[in-house]
Design a protein around this ligand. Structure first.
Ligand code: HEC
Ligand code: HEC
Length: 235
């Protein structure tokens, strides 16, 4: 080990190469697992703002980040809750047990991450952002985002026939299945809103509302709708 250190010290180039080849740190891995498995209920930032928690009436408080009151759940307890969830008598049944789904290293990584979320929120958010940037867009997530944020205007299938569409007669919400914009143009109108790209201001900007991962996911979903119904016309 020591010799390796000396060699790396002498040859910064090898040190850099070794770093890129190294597996992600447990905390970064934990942040990835968090986004994939926990954010739906606990929210992208652990503030209890998960889509499920927000949409289901009377859902328990799922905040993992605690306020400046200095209270934090002890690491052992966090690990126990993640492993056994609602199987524990004093935990709400809606918290799933993860001990059958995740391996030992993954359980350790996600526990690390939740502890970090409690003791150093800034650092945890930095890891979350890095993990989110590396995640592939996910069509399931894209559909979920679309149904909750876009369907009111664009309609559930994106045909421009949502219940709020009648409000915008001058420039109706586009029928996305017939759109001719390419993926980058779609991403930029969704991110920046209609006004910035010279379209109707009734198309809101989503960049502060959705994470990068959610933006890419919803755009991917929109593109698949079009390909299915329009045979891939997107020039
Ligand atoms: C289907 C929704 C759902 C998912 C997915 C979920 N949780 Fe939970 N979780 C809950 C609910 C609901 C509670 C609140 C339990 C209570 O109040 O008794 C909770 C509580 C917790 C707590 C206890 C918080 C505290 O400080 O007391 C931890 C820690 C936790 N979850 C971690 C996780 C992690 C890590 C993941 C992902 C691997 C995850 N949860 C996925 C719903 C969920
Ligand atoms: C409040 C209503 C409203 C909501 C909510 C809304 N949009 Fe729009 N959207 C519009 C309107 C109106 C237009 C038409 C703008 C124009 O053509 O001037 C539009 C246009 C678009 C376009 C341009 C399509 C084209 O080919 O011209 C895309 C892509 C789009 N919206 C995607 C989305 C996505 C994705 C979401 C959810 C994250 C969303 N919109 C939410 C009203 C809305």
């Amino acid at each position: 080990m020591r010799r390796t250190w000396v060699i790396l010290g002498l040859f910064p180039f090898f040190a850099a190469a070794a770093q890129t080849a190294a597996p992600p740190s447990p905390v970064l891995r934990g942040a990835q697992i968090y986004l994939e498995r926990c954010a739906l209920c606990h929210g992208n930032y652990g503030l209890g703002e998960g889509m499920l928690a927000v949409r289901v009436p009377d859902y328990p408080d799922t905040r993992l980040v605690h306020d400046e009151d200095g209270y934090a759940t002890p690491p052992d307890r966090i690990e126990e809750i993640i492993r056994r969830g609602g199987m524990l008598p004093d935990v709400d049944a809606r918290m799933p047990p993860f001990e059958y789904e995740l391996g030992t290293a993954e359980l350790e990584a996600i526990t690390h991450f939740v502890v970090l979320l409690q003791v150093n929120r800034k650092r945890a958010y930095d890891r979350l952002n890095r993990a989110a940037a590396a995640l592939p867009a996910d069509l399931q997530q894209g559909r979920r985002v679309f149904e909750t944020r876009c369907a009111a205007c664009h309609g559930r299938e994106g045909r421009g026939d949502g219940p709020r569409a009648f409000l915008f007669r001058d420039a109706p919400p586009a029928d996305l299945t017939a759109s001719r914009l390419d993926r980058d143009a779609v991403l930029s109108i969704v991110r920046e809103g209609g006004a910035v790209v010279g379209r109707s201001p009734h198309m809101p900007a989503w960049k502060t509302e959705l994470t990068d991962f959610e933006l890419r996911s919803v755009v991917d979903w929109v593109m698949t709708r079009r390909q299915r119904t329009e045979g891939g016309r997107d020039g």
